[in-house]
Design a binder for this molecule. Structure first.
Ligand code: FPP
Ligand code: MG
Length: 295
C-alpha cells in the first residue's frame, strides 16, 4: 500500500498547486478498499500501484461532489471540504482530482482504460438516479438495486476487472466478484444505518430514510405492511423522525424480519462472489470480513 500512497502523492504534487495539496491533505484516505483490491489482484504488475492511485483519486473526487450534492457536513468523521472551504472549492477540487486521474489513465491498455472510464459514467448516472429517487418514496426493489449497482458497485467491479486484465487473469469472474462485493457492502451499510447507534455511525441513526433514501429494509417493510401502516410509513419519508416513529419503524422491521431479509440478499451476493473466487483465499477473506461487519 505504501507504493499506492507514493503514487497518489506524486500525482497530487504534479498538479503543482499548493491549494490543492493543502486541501487534499485534509481528506481522510478511508479504507482504500479499491486500491487494496487492485494490489491483491495484480500484485506482480508494476503498474498496479498507479492504477490503484487513479481509482482512489476518482473515488475521492466522487465523494467530494457527493458531499456537495448531499449537503453533508462530515465525511469519514471529519468536516467535509464543502463545510470548511465551501461547495465551489469542493467541486473544483473534485474536478482536478478526477481529470488528473483520467490524464494518467490514458497510459494504460485501451481495455483497462475503457473499463475504468465507463464505470465513472455509470457511477455518475447512479448518483443522479439516487437523488431523483429520494424525491418520493421508492418501493421498487429492482430500481433500488440498479441504482446501488451503478452508484457504488461499478467502480469496485471496474477496479477488479481492470486489475485482472492487467494481471492476465479471468476478467469476467473478477468483475463478478467486484460487483457482488460492492453490492453486498452497500446493503450491509444500509442495514447498519438502522441497527447501529449514532456514536458508532458518526451520524444520526436512520439518517438514510430522513434523507429520502428508501433502502432495502424499508422497501421490504412497505410490501409487508397493510394499507394503513403503508400510509404511515410513506408519510414519515424525508421527515425528522421522533423517537416514537423511529421505534415504530424498528419494531415493524423486527416483526416482518426485513433486516434479516436484506442481510440474506447481501449474504447470497457474497456467496456468489465467493464461488467465483473460490481458489483465491485472500479475496474470499475480504468478503468474510465485510459480511461480519453486520449486526
Ligand atoms: C456516495 O453515496 C456516493 C458515491 C459512491 C458516488 C458519487 C458519484 C458522483 C458524485 C459522480 C461524480 C463522479 C466524479 C468522479 C466526479 P452516499 O451519499 O449514499 O454515501 P455516503 O454516506 O458515503 O455519502
Ligand atoms: Mg452522500
Amino acid at each position: 500500500m505504501q507504493r499506492v500512497e507514493e503514487q497518489i502523492k506524486r500525482l497530487i504534487d504534479e498538479i503543482n498547486y499548493e491549494e490543492v495539496s493543502r486541501l487534499f491533505a485534509t481528506l481522510s484516505g478511508g479504507k482504500r478498499l479499491r486500491a487494496k483490491l487492485i494490489l491483491k489482484i495484480a500484485k506482480d504488475h508494476e503498474d498496479a500501484p498507479l492504477l490503484a492511485a487513479i481509482v482512489e483519486l476518482i473515488h475521492a473526487a466522487s465523494l467530494l461532489h457527493d458531499d456537495v450534492i448531499d449537503e453533508a457536513m462530515t465525511r469519514r468523521g471529519k468536516a467535509s471540504v464543502n463545510a470548511t472551504d465551501g461547495s465551489k472549492t469542493a467541486v473544483m477540487l473534485g474536478d482536478i482530482l478526477y481529470s488528473k486521474a483520467f490524464t494518467e489513465l490514458v497510459v494504460f491498455d485501451k481495455l483497462v482504460a475503457q473499463t475504468i472510464a465507463a464505470s465513472v459514467t455509470a457511477l455518475s448516472k447512479g448518483e443522479m438516479m439516487d437523488v431523483k429517487m429520494a424525491e418520493s418514496f421508492n418501493s421498487d426493489e429492482h430500481l433500488y438495486l440498479d441504482m446501488l449497482y451503478l452508484k457504488t458497485a461499478t467502480l469496485i467491479e471496474a477496479a477488479a476487472k481492470a486489475s485482472a486484465l492487467l494481471a492476465g487473469k479471468n476478467a469476467a469472474s473478477h468483475a463478478l466478484y467486484g460487483k457482488n462485493l460492492g453490492l453486498s457492502f452497500q446493503i450491509i451499510d444500509d442495514i447498519l444505518d438502522i441497527t447501529s447507534d449514532a456514536a458508532t455511525l458518526g451520524k444520526p441513526a436512520m439518517n438514510d430514510f430522513v434523507e429520502g433514501k428508501c433502502t432495502l429494509p424499508y422497501i421490504y417493510l412497505y410490501h409487508a405492511m397493510d394499507e394503513q401502516d403503508k400510509h404511515r410509513l410513506v408519510s414519515l419519508h424525508t421527515k425528522e423522525l421522533s423517537s416514537e416513529d423511529a421505534e415504530w419503524i424498528k419494531a415493524n422491521m423486527k416483526h416482518y424480519q426485513t433486516i434479516e431479509k436484506s442481510f440474506a440478499l447481501a449474504q447470497k451476493l457474497s456467496n456468489e462472489a465467493q464461488e467465483a473466487m473460490k481458489d483465491d483465499e485472500e479475496l474470499v477473506a475480504i468478503l468474510e470480513t465485510m459480511i461480519k461487519r453486520s449486526y
